[in-house]
Design a protein around this ligand. Structure first.
Ligand code: SF4
Length: 428
């Protein structure tokens, strides 16, 4: 794991059209971040990580408890600004890593980002929304039922916090959803496996009364290959989107992070469920890697089917509202992945061409090699992989003159709120 100040500068010189803010954001997402005890003790009014779906950490909770317990209070996101690097405000999802070259410390009474021991920029932590301390009538905390991300913009409803792709032959190899559920329970935390609709509606009503920052809701969870509480996957998730749309109308943009359904089910999501944006995430483009890295998706749906269903969904939702995700960086997971970063980006570019030439807009999150996923103990891809990918993503979007993705807040450096990759930060 090497960094960083010299490579940041070298990549800034080589990729002059990519803002330094986006480069450092990708580096912190790639390598994680450490917080000094003082930086978490002195700061107040911030929102700790809610572990809204995956762990998104480079260390287990058990390890943290034993060796660096103060990190259990790490914030959900940081916002960098100003300082020696004169950064525009840049919001970044926190992946805890005690060994990261990046750390937050206190400098002259202020939170400060350090890299390799040198001060870089000032830091703020994700603010705690007013409604966050509220308890629901079921006794659950609102933070557990409707956690908020992206500096308050997005409410993330993982209504099913497990996945029925079980074990090494089915689970996506980068994903720790099932293991994260187990580690949260083992640590004695409240962590609801299947969220009750009544809790969600009550929580959203409280948010509607007290908050005017949130603009979108993502609904999702693991795959349901058989049934859950007597319902198929489409029925299970539809009950939530439908009830939310009926009660709250257009108060929030409804985004659904679900499997690639057939067109008829997509139509139900749109017409019955009121879903505005559909995310049938394809994770990785390369056909061979898809089969190895997403064996459950391959077995139950199949790679070509998955990609074709994404295109079919565009006829239902409109192509601009179909935004499938891929997990950038798993192209270089070993031993199956690319070893050359340029070949890895070229492979991913093929996927971007395939979708964007049809006006569908893929977006990406940044791979976090979590220690409880099957792809553990992996060296993160080189930073240049991400910087080059940002350029390819933006240039392909511009080539096909696609609109900015809806449901992601304002685009551009200094304004973007999407925190798990810098694709929104590089839009010109
Ligand atoms: S489908 Fe794959 S990425 Fe999604 S929750 Fe299941 S194992 Fe994880």
């Amino acid at each position: 794991m090497t960094a960083t100040l010299s490579s940041l500068q070298a990549l800034k010189t080589k990729y002059q059209d990519i803002p330094l803010e986006a480069i450092i954001k990708q580096d912190i997402l790639r390598l994680g971040i450490y917080f000094s005890e003082d930086s978490l003790r002195i700061a107040s009014g911030f929102k700790p990580k809610d572990y809204f779906i995956f762990s998104f950490d480079l260390v287990t909770l058990e390890d943290m408890e034993q060796n660096t317990s103060h990190l259990l209070k790490a914030p959900e996101e940081v916002r960098l600004f100003g300082g020696e690097m004169d950064l525009k405000p840049t919001i970044i999802n926190v992946r805890v890593n005690p060994k990261s070259p990046y750390s937050v410390e206190i400098l002259e009474g202020k939170l400060y980002l350090y890299c390799e021991g040198k001060p870089c920029s000032e830091v703020e932590y994700h603010p705690l929304p007013d409604y966050y301390g509220s308890e629901l009538s079921s006794g659950k905390m609102i933070s557990e039922i409707t956690p908020v991300l992206e500096w308050g913009y997005l409410i993330y409803l993982t209504v099913y916090r497990l996945c029925q792709y079980w074990g090494k032959d089915e689970e996506c190899q980068f994903c720790d959803i099932n293991e994260n559920y187990r580690q949260q329970k083992k640590a004695g935390r409240e962590y609801t496996g299947v969220k009750k609709l009544e809790d969600i509606l009550e929580a959203l009503e409280l948010i509607r009364q007290k908050d005017n920052v949130s603009r979108a809701i993502t609904i999702g969870g693991g795959s349901i290959t058989s049934q859950l509480k007597g319902q198929s996957e489409i029925e299970f998730y539809l009950q939530y989107t439908k009830a939310i749309k009926e009660k709250f109308g257009d108060r929030w943009i409804i985004k659904a992070n679900l499997e690639a359904f057939e067109q008829e089910d997509c139509r139900r999501l749109l017409t019955e469920g009121g879903v505005d944006i559909y995310h049938p995430n394809y994770e990785v483009w390369d056909p061979k890697l898809f089969k190895e890295i997403c064996p459950g998706k391959e077995r139950f749906i199949g790679r070509d089917n998955w990609m074709n269903r994404i295109i079919d969904a565009a006829e239902v939702f409109g192509p601009a509202n179909v935004i499938p995700n891929f997990v950038a960086g798993i192209e270089m997971a070993q031993p199956m992945g690319f070893t050359d970063l340029h070949e890895a980006v070229e492979s991913t570019r093929e996927g971007l061409e395939f979708f964007m030439s049809r006006s569908v807009m893929p977006r990406f999150t940044t791979w976090c090699p979590e220690p409880l996923a099957f792809l553990k103990n992996q060296t993160p891809p080189p930073l240049e992989f991400y910087v080059k990918l940002l350029r390819v993503w933006r240039d392909t979007k511009e080539k096909y003159q696609l609109p900015n993705p809806p449901g992601y807040g304002e685009p551009g450096v200094g304004k973007a709120v999407f925190s798990v990759s810098a694709f929104m930060d590089v839009i010109r």
